[in-house]
Design a protein. Structure first.
Length: 384
């Protein structure tokens, strides 16, 4: 069997890479070891969805009006930004069907290894079959070794956040209308999140950096703190039901390394392109470049680098600024975070407009409130 483009992993990025490659007319196949599994991401903000041209309204089961940031002393900073909790199963099933409708062949199988052959790439499947493709796209998530065994796909891999998230049920808890983000030592392990999912459902999660992959103890601590914090609003919340658990790595504080080489491209978590909306946009660019290159019979690194150039131009600066901001936050003491929250309260942190206007406004507000943060931020920016 010979394909033009083989995508490995039905991750959010892999789904959109397969669809956009197939749309170019390239013969495309998408492999996933378990098509019944559903990716983790469930919350998306309108600004990010719009920047990625992703329509999520149809899959929204609960709308939030913004974020509530919680500081170590419990101080609150509210940021208005409409977002959605998605019906994950329906959202990903739609994108799998869409890739198939665009012409991608969908195959449930593990890809054990990828290697170069005389006339392209060879994929060895768990069934023992060997498949030929001109171009392979590794969209297998942060743990994938297909491309990273050939070249360095990620910068700062030590900063992948290992996460555990649970669905919880308690009467009315899903009706809250702000996503919550705890920072500083109040958030066990690094950052902790609460995402209301409508009615009686919500998720609680911890994203832990530099403490290994077994992060259950951080979640247990967060759940205890969350229950204490909400006890006044929800009598009996200690009887909250904990349902499904999901685990995984989120490369939110890492950055892409090399994302193309001859015959192979990397997208999504495998390339540290974190986040649902932006990783789908990255996958879309990747699939389009791969499909066109395969049809032109050119899988050279030079030709495939168009993906890298377009990604860096369109989305790269946001990831670099994001990492510098997260590193600056990580370097701050609890007292500094509390002072920053106090100084920022009442200020309009998110203004309408494009990325640069939004970033400039947030940057000016933060540096005016705490000028001492500027050198630290610039240093983190230089170390990207
Ligand atoms: C718990 C958790 C919650 C998150 N919540 C959010 C959120 O609400 N919003 C948001 O924007 N981001 C969220 N993120 C981040 C986001 O999920 C990821 O950054 C994004 O989904 C990218 O996923 P991924 O590329 O890492 O792939 P994954 O979602 O890990 O998918 C990889 C896929 O590839 C398949 N695969 C891997 N290797 C092979 C192989 N060799 N052969 C065949 N198949 C293979 C796997 O079966 C899997 O289906 C969350 C992350 C975690 C860990």
């Amino acid at each position: 069997m010979k394909f033009d483009v083989a995508v490995v992993g039905a991750s959010p990025a892999g789904l959109s890479a397969a669809a956009s490659s197939a749309r170019t007319g390239a013969r495309t196949v998408l492999f996933d070891r378990n098509l019944a599994s559903v990716p983790n991401a469930n919350t998306v903000f309108d600004g990010m969805a719009a920047a990625a041209s992703l329509n999520v309204d149809h899959f929204s089961i609960h709308q939030v009006i913004g974020m509530r940031l919680v500081s170590p002393s419990g101080r609150i900073l509210e940021i208005d930004a409409r977002g959605h909790f998605l019906d994950r199963k329906r959202f990903y099933a739609h994108h799998l069907n869409f890739a198939a409708d665009c012409g991608a062949e969908i195959v449930e199988s593990e890809v054990r290894s990828v290697s170069r052959s005389a006339d392209g790439m060879e994929l060895s499947l768990s069934s023992g079959d060997v498949i030929d493709a001109m171009i392979v796209i590794d969209a297998g998530g942060v743990d994938s070794r297909l491309a990273s065994s050939m070249f360095k796909t990620m910068r700062h891999p030590e900063d992948v956040a290992w996460a555990v998230e649970v669905d919880v049920r308690y009467p009315g808890i899903g009706e809250e209308y702000r996503f919550e983000y705890w920072v500083g030592s109040i958030a066990p392990g690094w950052k902790a999140t609460f995402s209301p999912a409508g009615d009686d459902m919500a998720t609680l999660g911890v994203f832990v950096r530099r403490h290994g992959r077994d992060v259950q103890r951080f979640l247990d601590l967060f759940i205890r703190r969350f229950i204490n914090r909400r006890a006044g609003s929800y009598p009996g919340i200690e009887r909250m039901k904990i349902l499904e658990t999901r685990r995984g790595g989120d490369p939110i504080a890492a950055l892409p390394g090399r994302i193309v080489d001859k015959g192979i491209m990397v997208t999504g978590g495998a390339a540290a392109q974190s986040g649902l909306a932006y990783s789908m946009r990255a996958g879309e660019i990747c699939g389009e470049v791969a499909g066109r290159a395969a049809l032109a019979g050119d899988a050279s690194r030079k030709r495939l680098s168009e993906y890298s150039r377009r990604w860096w131009r369109e989305l790269g600066p946001q990831y670099v600024l994001g990492r510098a901001s997260l590193e600056t936050l990580r370097s701050m003491s609890d007292a500094e975070i509390d002072r920053l929250f106090l100084a920022l309260s009442g200020r309009n942190l998110l203004v309408p407009g494009g990325l640069w206007k939004k970033s400039a406004n947030a940057f000016l507000n933060v540096t005016r409130s705490m000028p001492g943060m500027l050198p630290r931020f610039l240093l983190n920016l230089l170390r990207f």
